[in-house]
Structures are given as C-alpha cells and as structure tokens.
Write a protein that binds this ligand. Structure first.
Ligand code: KG4
Ligand code: ZN
Length: 342
C-alpha cells in the first residue's frame, strides 16, 4: 500500500481578540499552538474593542507565527499549506490574519486555504478525538454563534438550528457584566455558579415556536436584568452566585433540550460540542448525562481547543486541503461568512 506523505499546515487565526498560530500535522496532531490573548486589554472596556483588537493583531502576529514554527521544530519550507480564518468575525481583525497568510503563501510559494471559523471550532473535536469521523451532530456555542449543525462530511455542513438573537456566549458575557463579574463573563459565571443554587431564581427557557431547533437568549438576559432591578427597587439583596447559577441553568437546559431533540429526530449516534461555551463545566456535565441517557457518544475538546485557537483552523484546513480547496490572492475577509459558503 502506498504511504501518504505527511501534510503540515501552518494555521493563523485572528477573527476576534486572540492572535493565534499553530502547526498541525495531518489534521489531527498539533505540533504547536500559540495563542496571544488580548483579554487583559479589553477587560478595561467591558468587551472587545474592534480597533484595539486589529492594532494588537498587527503588533503580535509575526512573533506568534515565528514561535509556532519554532516550537513545532519546522521551517516554512517544510510547510505544505498556509491556512487562515477569513470569516466570520471582526473585519479589521480578520484582515490582519488574511493579509499575513497571503503574504507568507505568496512569498514562500505555498497554497493558501481560507477556513470558516465555525468549521474550525467543529474540527477542534478531530484533534481531541482521533477516532471521530463525520457524520455527527454538533452544537457550536461561542461568543458570536449558537448553531446546531449536522456535520455530514468533512467540510460539508447543514445548519439545523441557530440563535434568533444573542449567541449563548454573548448572553453569558452580558449577564456577567450586569451582575458585576466583568469580562470575560463565561468563565467567571462558570466558576461562581459552583457556589450558587441553580434553582434559586426561575428564569425563562425560551422556545422558538416555529422551529424546534432555534434558540433565543435575549429573553433570559432581560429577565436577569429585570430581576436585579426589581430587587434593588424593593431594597432586597440578591446573591450573585445564585443569579449566575440560575441563569447558567436556564441557558444550558435549552441547549441540551434542543440538542437531544435533534439527536432523536436525526437518529444520531455521535454528538459533539464546540466553541468557547463548550468549555463550560455545567454544560459538559449536563450534556454527558443527557447523551448517556440517549445512548449517544459525546465528544468535546479540552478547554484550550474550545476557545479561539489556530490549531482548530489547521485541523479544518487539512480536510479542505484534501478536498482540493485553494484560495487565490484575492481572498478577502468576510465578516458575515455563512457556513458552507465558499
Ligand atoms: O469561541 P470563542 O473563543 O470566540 C468566538 O468565536 O466567539 O468563544 C468566546 C465565548 C465568550 O462569550 C466567553 O464568555 C465564552 O465563550 N466562554 C464560556 C466559558 N469559557 C468561554 N462560557 C461559559 N463557560 C465557560 N467556561
Ligand atoms: Zn470562536
């Protein structure tokens, strides 16, 4: 049998507030994964400031890429393709990565592969689970997206549900700010909820009438704000940990319920979670319990591959590379790129 040559991909990710580069072998083996997080910079403003993010990406990107190559112990010459997130995300932030990837690919005579950010999040599961292959169902929950996706094949997806308003991570971040936890909200709510009672306050579980797989999180966010304002007006105190835990439970209940409805309807035997909110400990344990009950195998990446990173982009890019995807020098950042579009 002919042995296939190893494929080494240099991946770049700059869609939001992480400047990241990685070297990935054959889509599954991470040789390096360098992440420069700008979180500290944006904390001061209570969220990501796009202009600051772009400027910081420019400052950091060369260094992050050089470190990724040296930690992997490979030279640019040995790299088979350069891949980069080209959407969705903040346009100015994306442009830094796209311009950098094009410059490197052009100068080093390497193929260029643009990757959809969400496809990257889903592919993070390929790194963590060598045996995982499509088809499977996937819940992508991040700061910008909440999608229930049927991964039909490598690089082929069907969206079966999505949020109608806020993304799950966005709701975590907004509620965290409202209850005085600050930015970034997700990890802080996760932590403080461990000391709270998830049944303390009853927040609404929104169901979108005409689509059993769609989500809506703006209602639960408003309910938290109303609850706090109500307490303040009545001169009553409220417990931060209880509000956090009750909010978190309301979000997770809906995520798990819709996910399991899809499992039954699509007769899935494999379910994956991905994106920053997939790092949430309560979501992970609720999904584990629900999947066990349904007899479905659950997959999730370790937290470092849930939040933004370039290794996941390298994993997705490998399968695009095998499929023959190659982008030209006219590749542009597409802030609202749809999954499945090319
Ligand atoms: O995937 P990601 O790094 O960026 C986007 O593509 O949006 O996700 C970031 C989001 C933020 O909203 C953050 O608060 C949330 O993921 N997040 C969490 C946790 N860790 C990160 N949400 C809940 N629990 C966590 N442990
Ligand atoms: Zn992301």
């Amino acid at each position: 049998m002919e042995e296939r040559k190893d494929v080494l991909i240099l991946a770049i990710e700059s869609s939001c507030d992480e400047t990241a580069a990685a070297v990935v072998k054959n889509g599954r083996e991470v040789l390096s994964n360098i992440i420069f997080s700008q979180i500290g910079l944006h904390t001061l403003y209570g969220g990501v400031v796009p202009e600051i993010a772009s400027r910081k990406h420019i400052e950091k990107i060369n260094q992050v890429i050089l470190t990724a190559l040296s930690e992997a112990g490979v030279t640019l010459k040995e790299i088979d393709a350069i891949s980069v997130t080209y959407g969705p995300g903040l346009v100015g932030a994306l442009l830094v990565g796209v311009a950098e990837a094009k410059a490197i690919a052009y100068a080093a005579h390497k193929p260029l592969i643009g990757v959809h950010h969400i496809e990257g999040h889903i592919a993070a599961n390929y790194i963590a689970h060598q045996e995982l292959e499509p088809p499977f169902l996937c819940l992508v929950v991040s700061g910008g997206h909440t999608h229930l996706v049927q991964a039909e094949d490598y690089g082929r997806f069907r969206i079966i549900g999505r949020t109608r308003d806020d993304a799950a991570g966005e709701a975590f971040d907004k509620v965290a700010r409202a209850i005085g936890l600050g930015y970034p909200g997700g990890p802080k709510i996760d932590k403080v909820s461990k000391e709270g009672d998830p049944e303390a306050v009853s927040f609404p579980r929104a169901h979108v009438g005409d689509s059993p797989y769609d989500f809506s999180f703006s209602g639960v966010k408003s309910a938290v704000l109303n609850y706090i304002n109500g307490c303040q007006m009545k001169g009553e105190s409220w417990k931060q940990a209880d509000v956090a835990a009750s909010f978190q439970k309301a979000v997770i209940d809906v995520l798990v319920e819709n996910a399991m409805r899809a499992v039954r309807e699509y007769k899935a035997d494999k379910f994956a979670i991905a994106g920053g909110v997939a790092a949430n400990s309560a979501l992970r344990s609720a999904m584990k319990e629900a999947c066990e009950e349904q007899g479905v195998t659950l997959y999730f990446p370790p937290p470092v591959y849930c939040t933004d990173n370039a290794a996941m982009i390298g994993a997705a890019a490998y399968y695009e590379y095998l499929n023959g995807t190659r982008h030209g020098w006219d590749l542009n950042a597409v802030p609202n790129l749809k999954l499945g579009e090319r």
